[in-house]
Design a protein around this ligand. Sequence first.
Ligand SMILES: C[S@@+](CC[C@H](N)C(=O)[O-])C[C@H]1O[C@@H](n2cnc3c(N)ncnc32)[C@H](O)[C@@H]1O
Length: 402
Amino acid sequence: MTEVQDQYEAYPYPERDPKDEKKRLITGSPSHPVEMDHFLWGGKRDWSQPLRVLVAGGGTGDGLIQIAAVMAAAGKPYQITYLDLSRAARAIAEQRAAVRGLTGITFVTDSLLNAAQYGPFDYIDCCGVLHHLPEPQQGFDALSAALAPEGGIGLMVYAPYGRSGVYPLQDAFGALLAGMTPQDRLAAARKVFKRLPKGHPFAVNPHLVDHKASDAGFYDLLLHSQDRPFTVTDLAGALEAAGLDLVNFAQPALYDLARLLPEGVTAPDGLDRIGRMAVAEELRGTIKVHVAYAVKAGRGAQVQARPADMTLVPHLIGVPPGPLAQQIAKTGTAPIRSGDEKFPEPLAKSCAPLIAMIDGRRSLAQIAAGAHLDHFAFAAQWRAIDRVLGDWGLLRYTRISA
Ligand SMILES: C[S@@+](CC[C@H](N)C(=O)[O-])C[C@H]1O[C@@H](n2cnc3c(N)ncnc32)[C@H](O)[C@@H]1O
C-alpha cells in the first residue's frame, strides 16, 4: 500500500458519522444536480433520462450522497458508480447511503485511473482527489476517457495562494516523521504544531480551518504525503492536455478581474480569458480550492445556461428567496459570502420583487409576466441579478423541479 492509501484507510476523509444522515444533508459545489445542469447542459437537461454518474475518489461519500439524495427527492432516474481505493472510506459511504435508503449505487474499490472500464458517464464528480495522485495528469486523462461525448465533469483541486503556510509544514513533517504509522505521525505533528511561531505563514492565515475540525482534517491538511496545488493556469493546462475545456468556475465572481481593478486600471488587450482569471487569482490571494466544471474540448463555450433564454427556470441554492429579496429591498445590497469571506454587492432594490418570485418552477418568462415588465425592462434587471447572484453561485438554471 502507498502512504496515501495508508492515510485514507487510517483516516477516511472527511470524518463522517453515518447516523448524522438522519439529521442533515450536506450540500455544496461541485455536484449539486441543479448546478450541474446550469454549467453542463444549458439548464435544459431532460431529467426523465437516467443520469449515469461516476464519483471518482468518493471518500466517505459527501458528493455521492448529495447527488443520490437530490435525484431521489426529485424522483429522477440515476445510476451511480462510486470508486475509491480506501475500503474504510467506502464502508462509511455505504453506511450513509443505507441510512438514507438510497439505491442505484454500485460501490467499487479501485483506482480512478481505471475509470473508463466502468463508463461512459454523463457526469463525473472528482472532488479533492486529483491533486493527491502521483501523476495528476494521468487522473485528468482517465476521467476524460470515461466521459460520454455530451457529459461533464465537476471537480475540485487545491489552489496554492489561499493555502499559504501549508506546504512548508507538509515538507517539514514529511522530513521529520517519515517511517512512522499514521497514528504516531499525527500525535507527533500535533505536538510540534503547538510550538509553531506566531508569525508562521500558516499561523497568520485565517482561512485554514480543516486542522481544527478533526484528526482526518489535520492529517489531510498538514501530513499529506502527496499534495500538489494548481494555479488557474496549471488547471487550464491539465484540462487542455486531457482533451477537456474549462466551462467555468462555480463562483466566476472570484476570478473576475474587473471586480478587482479600480477605475482607470484595465487589463491589457492581449490577456486572454485564462490569463485574466490567473491575474485575479493572484490579486485575490485567498483562493484555497478551485471548483470547476469541464466538458470535452470544443464544447466549453456553449454549454453553460444563458439567461437570455426566457424558457429557463431559475433556482436559488442555499438561500431562501423571501428573506434574500427582503434584504435587497431594504439595503440595495446582496449579502454574498464565499468560504469565510464576505463580498457584499450592490443590487438595485427594484430587483427584489423578481427575486421573491424565484421558486424553481416559474420560468423567466413567467417571472417577467408576473412582474408586469416588458421584455427589455425585465432583461436589464435580470442581467443585474444574474451578474451578482449567478456569478457568486447562488442562482442556477434547471428544470429539474419544474
Ligand atoms: C480528500 S479525499 C476526498 C473525498 C471526497 N471526494 C470528498 O470530497 O469528500 C480523497 C479520496 O481520494 C481517494 N483516492 C486517492 N487516490 C485515488 C485513486 N487513484 N483512485 C481512487 N481514489 C483515490 C482517497 O482514498 C480518498 O478517499
